[in-house]
Design a protein around this ligand. Structure first.
Ligand SMILES: [Zn+2]
Length: 114
């Protein structure tokens, strides 16, 4: 993984309040910890405005999460793409969508098409 995600933490309101700042761009992976203690990713995502708010809406859909706060939406988009291609999360079928109003390309798909 090119980026280190923090966690895993329980996907709960308390944990989100404790570990995540408000109103920050970020990416996340949702999943669970298996019997060997390994974090298993089920899905990945990002939010360009408030990753804590996005994760709050997802409480109940998974038991654990990892996250990284990103400096901007371009970095968040590219890292979400990296997670998508590297982890192949079973519940994230559709490729990450670029932020509205941009023409940014996924660097990984670009490599594949060269
Ligand atoms: Zn791609």
């Amino acid at each position: 993984m090119s980026i280190s995600l923090k966690g895993p933490h329980a996907l709960s309101f308390d944990a989100l309040q404790r570990v995540l700042p408000k109103g920050r761009t970020g990416i996340f992976a949702l999943g669970y910890v298996d019997s060997d203690g390994r974090f298993r990713v089920q899905s990945v995502g990002r939010d360009d405005y408030d990753v804590r708010a996005r994760l709050s809406e997802l409480i109940g859909s998974s038991t654990m999460f990892k996250f990284a706060v990103m400096p901007g939406s371009r970095e968040a988009f590219e890292e979400e793409c990296a997670l998508f291609h590297q982890l192949r999360p079973p519940s994230t079928i559709i490729h990450p969508v670029r932020p509205r109003g941009t023409n940014w390309q996924c660097p990984h798909c670009l490599q594949l098409s060269l």
